[in-house]
Design a protein around this ligand. Structure first.
Ligand code: NAX
Length: 331
């Protein structure tokens, strides 16, 4: 039998946490034959609620769940973890300056970086979900220099899945038959959802999305803004931000990273830029990646047209500004 993997979820008493921990305990993230021990971290005001989540996990009697650690102690939370999903953060509240929110998150990610570096298992894979996700991941990387940069990522899989969902709705095809969309850049409304290389499986073979949709105006306009603004649309409808879809995307992200992407398929991940596609090196930027043996590789050589180039540069520009802002918040 496999040894259990310790999986950290920070912000576990929050709404994404509540949707995510049962998925992990059911094997959705690491596979149906992989036992897990959940490490759940939150802050003292949420300690009682966190304990309630622990009680429910016990009550759910998940066969794969070999233990639950619910704590407000970051060292205890990080000790021995092989996967860390960072959902905890400081939310932007009405009337708050961007800089004030950034300062709070920089300080959280700086201290959690050190705890992970010192106490996580060797080769721990880190996924940052909390916003600003790319920049929080960058801060985590900077303050955990002994964690290989290949092991630090942020979530843009939700945006990726939203793009697949929109294409599937439009073409009235199964979402599992749509693949190879790309989210470039920031997990923010400046992201660029690109379907120039996306395809749909049809009875007569794989067809490009553009050929099937036959409406470039929609693909270059409403499709892009719908994906970019989907988070806001969910808030408007639910009066709460996306949670089940974010939790599911976090599972998809880690599962594909650890277990590999299917042959011929890529996914989007926010990863440390090496300058591919002329994206400035040193940003956490969302790229198309394939995964094998637990490592992601940026898909190379995709032709980029002028329309795409502009949008890829604009989101890179926003990330450079966020990076500068984050550094100006370091105390
Ligand atoms: P909630 O406010 O419901 O939960 C956040 C939890 O984090 C709270 O329980 C809070 O006490 C905890 N927390 C705060 N500071 C902490 C710290 N220093 N250590 C540990 N825990 C801490 O938010 P929720 O809706 O669950 O969203 C969580 C984060 O995900 C937010 O930052 C949100 O913006 C971000 N999102 C990112 C997405 C993505 O695709 N990358 C999509 C969904 C979501 O909007």
């Amino acid at each position: 039998a496999k040894q259990p993997v310790r999986v950290l979820v920070t912000g576990a008493a929050g709404q994404i946490g509540y949707a995510l921990v049962p998925m992990i305990a059911r094997g959705v993230m690491l596979g149906p034959d992989q036992p897990v021990i959940l490490h759940m971290l939150d802050i003292p005001p949420a300690a009682e609620a966190l304990n309630g989540v622990k009680m429910e996990l016990i009550d759910a009697a998940f066969p794969l769940l070999k233990g639950v650690v619910a704590t407000t102690d970051v060292v205890e939370a990080c000790t021995g973890v092989g996967v860390a999903v960072m959902v905890g953060g400081f939310p932007r509240k009405e009337g708050m300056e961007r800089k004030d929110v950034m300062t709070k998150n920089v300080s959280i990610y700086k201290s959690q970086a050190s705890a992970l570096e010192k106490h996580a298992a060797a080769n721990c894979k880190v996924l940052v979900v909390a916003n600003p996700a790319n920049t929080n991941a960058l801060i985590l990387k900077e303050f955990a220099p002994s964690i290989p940069e290949k092991n630090i990522s942020c979530l843009t899989r939700l945006d990726h899945n939203r793009a697949l969902g929109q294409i599937s709705e439009r073409l009235k095809v199964q979402v599992c038959d749509v693949k190879n969309a790309i989210i470039w850049g920031n997990h923010s409304s400046s992201q660029y959802p690109d379907v120039n290389h996306a395809t749909v499986k049809t009875p007569s073979g794989e067809k490009p999305v553009r050929e099937l949709v036959k409406d470039d105006a929609w693909l270059n306009g409403e499709f892009i803004s719908t994906v970019q603004q989907r988070g806001a649309a969910i808030i408007k409808a639910r009066k709460l931000s996306s949670a089940l879809s974010a939790a599911s995307a976090a599972c998809d992200h880690i599962r594909d990273w650890v277990l590999g992407t299917p042959e011929g398929t890529w996914v989007s991940m926010g990863v440390y830029s090496d300058g591919s596609y002329n994206v400035p090196a040193g940003l956490i930027y969302s790229f198309p990646v394939t995964c094998r043996n637990g490592e992601w590789t940026i898909v190379q050589g995709l032709p980029i047209d002028e329309f795409s180039r502009k949008k890829m540069d604009a989101t890179a520009e926003e990330l450079s500004e966020e990076k500068a802002l984050a550094y100006s918040c370091l105390s």
